[in-house]
Design a binder for this molecule. Structure first.
Ligand code: UDP
Length: 338
């Protein structure tokens, strides 16, 4: 019986494959449509772990391909990463986001019913909290108005799962709400795929430092925060990956059909603090300017992560400095033509 990792050649998916392999899991199947990643990711996973991951090029929005996969493979649990994740892109093309992120989820859940697959881990996002008045947010904090179609797809996805477990008695679901995953594998050999359409802060920082971008634009300097820039909870991608293995274990003993966990460090950090940390640990100076606010951004959000600590036994290992060091290491690896 296998674990299906959807979006396994993507940023968090590939780091989770590495963690799964490191923990001894071998019956792994990865699928990806390579819309935002590359099949060469599996070579990097192999370089780090020595294991070749079985993978299929599949677009999960196509129900037939989805069913064929389940006919071909005995799938016991699913870790579902495959989704579009850019806030600005979702504002420009909302239907693309609704179609992609929701159709793939629905198709997988239908396959769970047809093929008796009962364990499901879903990648959600802190964006479901919107502009929360309660900080840090706990899993019980009320959900805000999603600020973008991307956030809506996560909010609706959570709702689809909550409804599905009510009707599908054996299904058990864990929703993981990621805060801001950044950094790269400590080897520097795996990180955010180079082919990804970056919109996030840290890839833009490393690209600016590498001279691929002229200047980093900091969106908004007039927020009600300590230095005027937005506050986020940056979390190392390998810590996020590890939480999925703990969640898989927890699913076995979970006494309710669905549960939700925040995955953040608990530290709220401003954009300027991220920039300063990057400059300091990598001994670089970054060219940046403060520009207008970006549509769809919330002012501040950071996690209370004590539920994940208590129930999953999860504790982030890496600090901001390690996130900035590994992100730069990965950018240099890419820069050297890998
Ligand atoms: N940000 C920025 N410049 C960029 C990209 C992002 O100032 O080129 C800011 C963004 O406004 C937000 C924070 O960095 O305050 C994190 O944004 P990111 O897109 O990485 O993640 P999000 O929190 O939107 O999911």
């Amino acid at each position: 019986m296998s674990i299906l990792v959807t979006g396994g050649s993507g940023y968090i998916g590939s780091h989770t494959l590495i963690e799964l392999i490191n923990k001894g899991y071998r019956d792994l199947i990865s699928v990806d449509n390579y819309s935002n990643s590359n099949v060469s990711t599996y070579e990097r996973v192999e370089k780090i772990t020595g294991v070749v991951v079985k993978h299929y090029p599949i677009d999960l929005t196509d129900q037939n391909s989805c069913k064929l996969l389940f006919e071909q493979e005995k799938i016991e649990s699913i870790i579902h990463f495959a989704a579009f994740k850019s806030v600005p892109e979702s504002l420009a093309n909302p239907l693309l986001y609704y179609r992609n992120n929701l159709d793939s989820l629905i198709n997988l859940l239908e396959c769970c019913q047809i093929f008796s697959c009962h364990k499901f881990i879903f990648s959600s996002s802190c964006s479901v909290y919107g502009n929360s008045e309660e900080l840090p947010v706990t899993e019980k904090s009320s959900l805000g108005i999603p600020e973008s179609p991307y956030a809506q797809t996560k909010f609706i996805g959570e709702g689809i799962l909550a409804d599905t477990v009510k009707a599908h008695q054996l299904l058990k679901v864990i929703i993981l709400r990621y805060f801001n995953p950044v950094g790269a594998h400590e080897s520097g050999l795996n990180g955010e795929p180079a082919s990804a359409r970056p919109n996030n802060l840290v890839p833009f920082i490393t690209q600016t430092a590498a001279g691929l971008k002229d200047k980093l634009q900091i969106f908004g300097g007039d927020y009600n925060t300590k230095d005027g820039t937005c506050v986020r909870d940056y979390i190392h991608v390998s810590d996020i990956a590890e939480a999925h293995i703990l969640a898989l274990n927890y699913l076995e003993k979970m006494d309710k059909p669905i549960d939700i966990f925040n995955l953040g460090t608990g530290n709220g950090v401003t954009v300027l603090e991220v920039v300063k940390s990057f400059e300091q640990v990598n001994k670089l100076t970054l060219n940046y300017e403060i520009v207008d606010r970006r549509e769809g951004d919330v002012e501040a959000v950071y996690a209370n992560n004590s539920k994940a600590y208590k129930l999953l036994g999860w504790q982030p290992k890496f600090g901001l400095e390690e996130m900035m060091l590994s992100a730069w290491k990965w950018q240099l690896y890419l820069y050297e033509g890998n």
